[in-house]
Design a protein around this ligand. Sequence first.
Ligand code: ZN
Length: 335
Amino acid sequence: MTSTVLTPAFASKPAGNTTAEPEKPIIPIDISMCQGRNKGRAAHIINTVAQNSELGKELLEGIARNGYRIMMFGADGWGGCVSAETKMLSLNCMCSDEELMQVISHEARHIQQFENGIESDCNRYDFRGAVMSHRAKEADAQATSCAVCYDLMRKGIDGPMKAFEKDDPLIVKGFMDACKDPKGPVTDKMLQGAFEGWYKNEEMVVRYENGYLRDGGLNYCWEERNHPETFYVKPVSSKEIVETICRNASGKCYWADNPKVLEQPEKQAVSESTRKKCQQTFAIRKNMYNLEEDKTYQTLPLREELKAQKKKPANTNAAIPANVAAQLIAARRGR
Ligand SMILES: [Zn+2]
């Protein structure tokens, strides 16, 4: 089973840094797998981040400390990925250096999350825990990489933040809206704002849900040799997840004032196809291996029902139940 974590690519694909002399990374990260001019680019990206952001430097040191190597590849649709199995952090060389300064910080944050104890393969948690932890990992990696871009911006390097804003405006907006002093340090509220921004991009949330939770973990080939009994078994709470991964520069949880944030219905909602896949998968596991059904998925609201609920008129004593509303909407669509 793959534990690769992909980051969507940026829309623009300008050429990278073409003029700089090849640099050597000031942090001992193995970039020997980068070919040709990509070696110099990787070093330049590493050095710019490390020299201009304390947080970025710490994240990059984590890459080296945990024995990950960096390679650059050309691909379409993804900015970067990291695999805990192969200990490889890959960057898409089609992106610009400025874009990759954000991407490398995002992927390095995943390595730190693993180091702090989150399952790199979220599907070892029960399904509710898988949904909460997988989304929180991505939201936190984006919030943290936004903080690195902010540090660079305060040093006069505003390209990475501009590129990030173009690609993911809701995250940067959430972060900057909470910024009281543009010259001041990153605050917990800014990190919270960026974190919330990730969930506001429904297309992104659905893409990750389909790719990793529905078609990834639940589609796993259930064979005895792969130890199916180790999947979907560990209960985990919102508090445990945010305390493990959502840490500010001082190592404190930036959700300390709201540790149950991941229990909000909007953050747990799944689509109907994901719920159906859960039913199928847990039936297969029960029939083949007599594994107790993980019923936590039944507690997760359906995205469409939540939306219908929000649309219903306020202050009515006879509110239409969400499931009825969803059925009505479906009927109107002629489904
Ligand atoms: Zn990611």
